[in-house]
Design a protein. Structure first.
Lengths: 224, 224
DNA sequence: GGTTTTTATAAATAACTATTTATAAATGTC
DNA sequence: GACATTTATAAATAGTTATTTATAAAAACC
């Protein structure tokens, strides 16, 4: 199986190491974030368009309603992922936590498709999106943030988070008043890290943090 | 108004000359075809997304049903064209017979949009598709053609024409048993000409023409 | 017999259908 | 109060909605 654009074999040991901890922790820069979802696409070589009904007949557990959506939905475990399969042979893999898992998922899916009598070859995987959640460890004044941060949007009656479109690296953050964040739009884990690092710096530099409470402060207030 | 990618001012005199004849006729190579439809896209600079309802209120004759399709339909005369206008400011112009007309059409449309109080600037036009019809002046054995022509598809119970996907130039032909043809997919008129010329040559070379009847033969048969 | 619709082709435009995932506030239901 | 759903974000996938235009055969309707 050829690999495309993203070399991640050499990342595998590193990610397995991360798996031993609850959250990825970059000690070097004290960043607190964790990759929660990885979306990949897969292309294959086929001799003709796939009849998705053929797969639906062979695997009863898949979902396929072509009047509603042209893709067939296949869910697998170990690793857990959901795959959309299209008649062009192209697929979308969602729900991964580690990019390296994509290969094992695709192996299983290709096997399932072949079991239905469909011939395909040379799957190629591309990571398309990485979603990470994290914590800035400080409350945020979102009204202030919406004013001083360029490319920021905050409408609390519509959604409780501030939407911040970081230009470089080109990612989008959801920033909540609790200091919790979601980072999305990156295609490589290094870009996620760079973006999260930059956000931590910006939050400090722009002075949008509220007074930072640690847990002992909370307990004192609770007992009073 | 900036022009993009397709230089067609210098073609205008040539096309006006063509207008004096029923069909464009390339005497040099005896090609018989005529451009029937030109599709162009337009991009503009806007400061924020356009509220298409604003245009629909100002111009009662437009069509706008956002639950069905996100574009507003505007039809104009002189030259006659239909324009799809989207909230992003992008537009599709269809129904043109000459690429050079696009500029006048866009001038009118931009005026109409500005009348509704919407600000936009710097429209840029790109020709996206040209449709031409033509005549090979020989009947065609479509069953034979489907066999000897690569990238050809013919299913008479589904559609009476043969679909031929010419690779270079990348265009698509509909070829009918009467010898009538439709050429589509080109973005420049020169490409249309090249493609039609090549098809004429291929039809002769491959021997898929049936006996060519001229009008005197027809009349003799009719009287008998 | 005339008219209409469908079959097919290309191209651009964009929103919806579906999938996943964290975040959090509001709303509705039980 | 617990649970479910919605609001919002990104990304890929693809068919549908709509527009135009020539070509022609079949089917349906008047």
């Amino acid at each position: 199986m050829a690999e495309e654009e993203n070399e991640f074999d050499d990342l595998e040991d590193e990610e397995e190491e991360e798996e031993e901890e609850d959250e990825e922790f970059d000690y070097e820069s004290d960043l607190d974030y964790k990759i929660e979802n990885v979306v990949a696409t897969v292309t294959v070589e086929i001799t003709e368009k796939i009849d998705l009904n053929q797969i639906a007949r062979k695997h009863a557990e898949v979902e396929y309603n072509p009047e509603r959506f042209p893709g067939l939905v296949m869910r697998i475990e170990k690793p857990r992922a959901t795959i959309l399969i299209f008649s062009t042979g192209k697929m979308v893999v969602t729900g991964l936590r580690k990019a390296a898992e994509a290969e094992r998922v695709v192996d299983k899916v290709v096997k399932n498709i072949r079991k239905a009598g469909i011939k395909l070859a040379n799957p190629e995987i591309t990571i398309q999106n990485i979603v990470a959640s994290g914590d800035l460890h400080t409350n945020i004044d979102l009204n202030m943030a919406a004013i001083v941060m360029e490319y920021a949007m905050y409408e609390p009656e519509v959604f409780p988070g501030l939407i911040y479109r970081m230009q470089d690296p080109k990612t989008v953050f959801l920033i909540f008043s609790t200091g919790r964040i979601v980072c999305t739009g990156a295609k490589q884990k290094e870009i996620v890290r760079d973006a999260v690092k930059k956000l931590n710096q910006q939050v400090r530099d722009l002075g949008v943090a509220k007074k930072e409470l640690d847990s002992s402060d909370y307990q004192d207030i609770t007992f009073i």
